[in-house]
Design a protein around this ligand. Structure first.
Ligand SMILES: [Mn+2]
Length: 571
């Protein structure tokens, strides 16, 4: 295998690399450096529409999205009105995934009001805005998603005094940072209101928990500006430990009292996101606004159960697909290069289709979409995931495919899609044809590594000195390294024996480390040499802290089945 990687012998060189990576982005060093709210194009208009509604005791209807970001805008709104801004004529709602995405015309009918305010959604809601305007209501859209050119302008010119759009992505917007969460946009809106009414709130610390949580949950780039600053300030400066929010206290008490960004991403966010997939997002919101410790704990346990159900459903559906849709899965006879499952599942599985597509793509090493039939509009909709270096969105944008779709959106690695029933076969045969044109090398899975290192250069300092660069996350991944190792000893662990502990040494056998491989791909041969790609980790079993290697991939030296790519190359 040709390892085209940097070579490291000293941790200082890695530190330099990370420092230079952060220098390529704008950084913020204190809360005072946050850009002004009036750089958002319509912030002043939004503020005036809000004040106008308040002064005339108009009914305000707030519509929040249903993922962790949207739920956090609910939390900010809830505590803003409950603790700081005395106004009764306001109602808060969370969208329901089963009824469609974001602010929709039926909301206007179901929740009559005079002013509709959206958070973390709304930038494509032209129909709902029209419905609201038709009833005489005004609208404030607060969102952080990109505009849809087919859905722009959002409202007719003659309604321009009745609609405000606060979104850093809209044309002519001057707000300098685009990659901020929906909750950060929401926070800016309430900050403007708080200043206008001279409220005595420390807005930053009051809602820091929500800004940090959503910068992680909504996968904002953690190498830059507000997104990095709020997460770093919350976690590194131990502000999580003094958060007023009971849900944070419960998480710290029950799961992890010194979490990093990855612990939040894997320990808290999936439980919150599971509610919209399995029950209703309202369950997540109720947990987040609990102020009583005992109740909060009970809700946390309930959310854990919902998340377990989500995992079980995923496994059940995966097993079912592998039994029922065998002809759609690649094997040595059919030579399929694309998986498209035309499912007719219960609608309760809707929320896990993307995750299943990812599991199929990984297992069969080819791009996959999992669809579910919808009787009411005679069409299939679902989610897709790619593999290797294949751009799955580009495949569906080919001229022989795109015109047949009801919608498609996403990026290189993941998409959401809709296909009318009568076009399904044509789309399927065309996508197979397109996938056949791809080069075999594009299907090879990619493992990311920052560089090559000999085990003899490694010590526990690597773990501590890298941690100084936390938070790690999107666009700033925790560094992983590749080493040539000899596997000495292997032990399978876990109830289902799906994890592996190895002892690995360097060629000269000077250094010995414990390597942990969760959901191991295979059991290596003891005594044999491999390329090991890992993240430095700590093992403080029995009180003594030792460097351990968290395995990402193990690869045969002369028979590679993956591509190891520079982790910082296309960031
Ligand atoms: Mn969002």
């Amino acid at each position: 295998m040709d390892l085209n990687l940097r070579k490291f012998t000293k941790i200082e060189a890695v530190q330099e690399l990370l420092t230079s990576k952060l220098k390529t982005q704008p950084q913020i060093n204190s809360y005072e450096e946050f850009p002004d709210q009036y750089l958002f194009k319509d912030m002043e208009k939004a503020q005036n529409l809000f004040i106008n509604a308040i002064s005339n005791n108009k009914k305000i209807i707030i519509i929040c999205d249903s993922d962790t970001d949207g739920l956090s805008t609910y939390v900010i709104s809830w505590f803003f009105f409950k603790d700081h801004f005395n106004y009764d004529n306001v109602e808060l709602y969370i969208t329901n995934r089963n009824e469609g995405y974001g602010f929709l015309p039926f909301h206007v009918e179901r929740y009559p009001g005079d002013l509709y305010i959206t958070f973390d959604n709304g930038i494509t809601a032209s129909e709902a805005i029209k419905a609201a305007l038709d009833t005489g209501a005004n609208v404030i859209i607060n969102d952080h998603h990109q505009i849809d050119p087919d859905n722009w302008p959002l409202y007719p010119e003659e309604s321009k005094d009745r609609v405000a759009v606060v979104d850093p992505w809209q044309p002519e917007d001057q707000f300098p940072f685009k990659d901020i969460s929906g909750a950060v946009v929401c926070w800016y809106f309430y900050k403007t209101i708080a200043e206008k009414y001279n409220l005595k709130i420390d807005m930053y610390h009051e809602f820091l928990s929500e800004m940090a949580l959503t910068s992680i949950s909504d996968v904002m780039p953690l190498d830059r500006h507000i997104s990095r600053f709020v997460v770093k300030d919350f976690l590194e400066n131990k502000k999580a430990q003094t958060s007023k929010r009971q849900y944070i206290k419960t998480f710290l008490d029950t799961k992890n009292n010194e979490p990093n960004a990855e612990d939040i991403a894997f320990g808290l966010v999936p439980c919150l996101n599971a509610t919209q997939r399995i029950t209703k997002a309202d369950d997540g919101a109720v947990f987040l606004i609990q102020e009583d410790a005992d109740n909060s704990l009970k809700w946390m346990e309930y959310l854990d159960k919902i998340n377990d159900t989500r995992k079980e459903r995923q496994q059940l559906l995966l097993d079912y697909i592998e039994k029922t849709y065998k002809d759609y899965l690649p094997n040595k006879n059919n030579n399929l290069k694309f998986i498209m499952i035309p499912g007719k599942f219960h609608s309760g599985y809707k929320g896990v289709l993307g995750i299943i597509a990812g599991r199929l793509a990984e297992k069969y090493r080819c791009p996959a979409i999992v669809l579910n039939y919808n009787e009411s509009n005679k069409s299939y909709s679902g989610s897709g995931r790619s593999v290797g270096s294949i751009n799955i969105l580009e495949l569906f944008r080919k001229p022989n495919i795109l015109p047949h779709l009801t919608h498609v959106g996403g990026h290189k690695q993941a998409l959401g899609i809709g296909i009318p029933e009568d076009k399904l076969n044509e789309v399927y045969s065309n996508i197979l044809e397109e996938a056949n044109k791809l080069d075999d090398s594009q299907f090879i899975p990619i493992v990311k590594s920052v560089g090559y290192i000999d085990l003899k250069s490694l010590d526990i300092d690597w773990y501590y000195k890298l941690n100084e660069f936390e938070p790690f996350g999107h666009m700033f991944p925790r560094p992983s390294f590749t080493s040539k190792v000899i596997v000495k000893k292997t032990t399978l662990i876990g109830k289902q024996k799906n994890h592996l502990i190895m002892e690995v040494t360097d060629e000269k056998k000077n250094m010995k480390f414990k390597a942990l491989w969760f959901f191991h791909g295979f059991v290596p041969i003891e005594g044999k040499e491999y390329y090991l790609t890992f993240k430095p980790d700590i093992d403080d079993f029995r009180g003594e802290a030792k460097l351990a290697l968290r395995v990402l991939h193990l690869d045969e030296i002369n028979n590679s089945d993956i591509i190891i790519k520079d982790a910082f190359e296309d960031l």
